[in-house]
Write a protein that binds this ligand. Structure first.
Ligand code: NAD
Ligand code: MG
Length: 396
């Protein structure tokens, strides 16, 4: 059997590390062409020494010099590249079969798009790509024979319980709706009066999942579920009115599909991203992921409840942006990235995140959804606006 040749973008992050953990269990199945780790040079050096990729990509010349020095000391022959174009190059290279897109934020868009343009198998963790440029990304992938496989646990769950031959038509398979489950994050039961004083340390402490900082804050505000609605909309060609969100604090049921005969199919498992990663990497086979068996004897009750938009205004903003379409989701995402960063560095309050996003969505913006260039311009313009508004909020 020939081994699948992989590029892993964002290899030093939470998803990247889980991906390499799965890969390391199957040396007969996978080989690494390139790893990209931005500024996390120490961890990337260790990964290069372990997996011996042909290329490693970092953010800039300074990081590149540091990484090259470390690799030389370890006799590792991985070639070091840097910059945004290098991410595109390692995602497009002819030798590569599959690309794990696990960069955080809209920064992951150009390289994911390059993988789509070059017909790769795309393991998509970077949901922001679909939020910002869903229509273009899916069209580009289809036009170039690229396969988009959802790594995000909810979408992976839906993908597992959709009919095998599902091709984007809910009605053709008697599907009534897609139900995304959400844990509700750390503040599901926090007194609303205490929301203003939520600290970054509290917000990144997710009850069930261990994830990067940005997505952890998004989970706490439920913007993550909002981004995931838009992600599901594009992945499954599902209209907004057929997308449901249900809060399920135990994170065991990873999502569900509701069929018109009354059946609801779900995928369950321990909350560990190595399961959806292994599912995607192994297709059409099931491969070991390292995730322990779900122990029903030890499970507490599985509970479900309806989300409250007053507690989670970001979820409502995302629903509205999805319904508006065009470049509203791009604006939503850019404003949220800036607001989350401003919250994490102590500039604004947790409750200001929704205010920054709402403010940016209320401004006039042109529809930039026609091309990647115009979307990236829209993204940049929104970031400037969001930054200015966050600065105003921080001054009271
Ligand atoms: P993380 O912060 O742990 O890792 C992010 C990775 O991207 C790191 O390797 C980092 O070096 C790299 N990176 C950061 N900024 C970059 C830039 N400007 N250019 C290039 N590389 C950059 O994040 P994560 O939790 O692994 O999440 C990655 C993506 O996967 C996000 O889009 C997130 O929404 C999605 N996702 C994550 C999880 C999870 O459990 N962590 C689950 C579902 C989806
Ligand atoms: Mg998810």
């Amino acid at each position: 059997m020939t081994r699948q040749v992989l590029t892993i973008l964002g290899s030093t992050g939470s998803i990247g590390v889980s991906t390499l953990d799965v890969v390391s269990r199957h040396p007969d199945k996978f080989e690494i062409f390139a790893l990209a780790g931005h500024r996390q040079v120490g961890r990337l050096a260790e990964q290069c020494i372990q997996f011996a990729p042909k290329f490693a990509v970092v953010a800039d010349a300074g990081c590149a010099a540091e990484l090259a020095g470390r690799l030389q000391n370890a006799n590792c022959r991985t070639e070091v590249l840097y910059g945004a174009q290098a991410l595109i190059d390692v995602a497009s290279a002819a030798e590569v079969d599959g690309v794990m897109c696990a960069i955080v934020g809209a920064a992951g868009l150009p390289s994911a798009m390059a993988a789509a343009q070059n017909g790769k198998t795309i393991y998509l963790a970077n949901k922001e790509t679909l939020v910002v440029s869903g229509a273009l990304f899916m069209e580009t992938a289809a036009a170039n024979g690229a396969t988009v496989l959802p790594v995000d646990s909810e979408h992976n769950a839906v993908f597992q319980v959709l009919p095998r031959d599902y091709a984007g038509n809910l009605d053709a398979h008697g599907i009534q709706s897609i139900i995304l489950t959400a844990s509700g994050g750390p503040f599901l039961n926090t007194d609303l009066a205490a929301f203003d004083s939520i600290t970054p340390a509290q917000a990144v402490k997710h009850p069930n999942w261990s994830m990067g900082q940005k997505i952890s804050v998004d989970s706490a505000s439920m913007m993550n579920k909002g981004l995931e609605l838009i992600e599901a909309h594009w992945l499954f060609n599902c209209p907004p009115e057929k997308l449901e969100v249900v809060i399920h604090p135990q994170s065991v049921v990873h999502s569900m599909v509701r069929y018109l005969d009354g059946s609801v199919l779900s995928q369950m498992g321990n909350p560990d991203m190595r399961t959806p990663i292994a599912y995607c990497l192994g297709l059409p086979e099931r491969i070991a992921s390292g995730v322990g068996a779900l122990d029903f004897g030890k499970l507490s009750a599985l509970t479900f409840q309806t989300p409250d938009f007053k507690r989670f205004p970001c979820l409502q903003l995302a629903y509205e942006a999805m319904r508006s379409g065009g470049s509203a989701p791009c604006v939503l995402n850019a404003a949220n990235e800036i607001a989350v960063a401003a919250f994490l560095n102590g500039q604004i309050k947790f409750t200001d995140i929704a205010k920054v996003v709402a403010y940016c969505l209320e401004q006039d913006f042109a529809d930039g959804s026609g091309s990647i260039e115009s979307l990236l311009a829209q993204d940049a313009e929104t970031r400037t606006r969001a930054q200015a508004f966050a600065a105003r909020l921080s001054q009271g």
